[in-house]
Design a protein around this ligand. Structure first.
Ligand code: NAD
Ligand code: ZN
Ligand code: ZN
Length: 345
């Protein structure tokens, strides 16, 4: 089969011929419907040569949905052809965090690397999933459209949900970076807390237009007067929740200045910046956190939101042969929502 693989740091990923894997005991072979291209892949591929990296090569794609193709011996609970979403952060399954479904914070990390982030991912015709524990039924959702639910939506859902108690009437949430994750965060905020005012901040005017289209209340162009605009919108109080989906120096400086007393600054983007912190800034008793992905029960919630039509990703489909182009467009900020690679036509 064909697989789009990360072969060497700072080199473009390559379409290569590889063997179709065979599912061992408890494992599942999936036929891929869609594999989302996440900005994290670019961070990993563009990292300096001396940065720690998983063993190469591996097939990209950590945001996967498809159909059960073959069950290894003892793998039960699913039938051939079932449409499924793959939970991405594969933990050990037996530590305390894994047992409550928070495999994203497995206490034995490294025991099994996530598919697309060390193990082979979904940018291939088939993908091996180590356990049915990581498969969630999609019902009537189309795997070609649903793939971004497992990262862009799950990561945003987890980041919003932990601050939901702050988002009552009169509150404001700011989403910095209205790309794949940001657009999901806006819809999750609207679905979970209709009372909060949601502001999108982006350098791209077209991304802000998309944000308007999916229900954001206010848009602010990222730049010199963004802080003042957000202060004005919040009548000087600041935002209860600032979600930074960029995580660069400039956006974190902004986040520090627009958060409210007792608010939350949540750093989701891996942009390599640092949050300036002293007694006066961010505002008093503001909490700062850096969540990673989300839990299996949260992914079940995300699927319910999608099935109810409350969240929908703007998907741009690319055949496997055009995966490289999709990443170029993502790098240049030219993907309006999420690029999803469709390996099986
Ligand atoms: P994306 O490229 O789809 O979106 C990024 C958006 O940020 C774009 O709309 C871009 O125009 C905007 N942007 C860039 N610089 C900006 C600035 N200075 N001010 C305002 N907006 C700016 O990327 P994505 O796939 O949504 O990923 C976003 C980030 O989240 C990446 O850093 C990615 O690695 C990270 N991520 C983190 C997790 C996690 O678990 N913490 C999970 C997935 C992705
Ligand atoms: Zn990702
Ligand atoms: Zn574990």
């Amino acid at each position: 089969m064909k697989a789009f693989q990360f072969v060497e740091t700072q080199e473009p990923a390559q379409l290569r011929e590889v063997k179709v894997p065979e599912p061992g005991p408890g494992q599942v072979l999936m036929k891929i419907g869609g594999a989302g291209a996440c900005h994290s892949d670019l961070h990993i591929m563009e990292a300096p040569a001396h940065a720690p990296s998983p063993p190469l090569p591996f097939t990209l794609g950590h945001e996967n949905a498809g159909w059960v193709e073959e069950l290894g011996s003892g793998a039960t609970g699913f039938a051939i052809g079932d449409p499924v979403l793959v939970y991405g952060p594969w933990g050990c399954g037996s530590c305390a965090n894994c047992r409550i479904g928070m495999e994203n914070y497995c206490q034995n990390p490294g025991q099994s690397m996530p598919g697309g982030l060390g193990a082979d991912g979904g940018m291939a015709n088939y993908m091996l999933v180590p356990s049915t524990r990581f498969l969630l039924p999609l019902g009537d959702l189309d795997p070609r459209e649903a793939a971004p639910l497992t990262d862009a939506a799950l990561t945003s859902y987890h980041a919003v949900k932990r601050s939901i108690q702050l988002l009552g009437p009169g509150s404001t949430a700011v989403v910095i970076g209205a790309g794949g994750l940001g657009q999901m965060a806006i819809q999750v905020l609207k679905a979970l807390s209709a009372a909060t005012t949601v502001i999108a901040v982006d350098t791209s005017v077209t991304k802000l237009e998309t944000a308007r289209h999916i229900g954001v209340d206010e848009t602010v162009v990222s730049g010199a007067d963004a802080v003042q605009r957000i202060r004005d919108i919040t009548r000087g109080r600041g935002a209860a929740l600032v979600l930074d989906m960029v995580g660069g120096r400039q956006t974190l400086e902004m986040a520090a200045q627009i958060s409210r007393v007792l608010g939350h600054v949540t750093i989701v983007g891996l942009g390599g910046g640092a949050l300036p912190v002293n007694f006066h800034s961010p505002a008093k008793e503001c909490s700062v956190t850096s969540p990673y992905w989300g839990s299996i029960p949260e992914l079940m919630d995300v699927i319910c939101l999608a099935q109810a039509g409350r969240i929908k990703m703007l998907v741009e489909q690319f055949p496997l042969e055009r995966a490289s182009e999709a990443y170029h467009l993502l790098h240049d900020g030219k993907i309006q929502g999420r690029a999803v690679i469709i390996p099986n036509g």
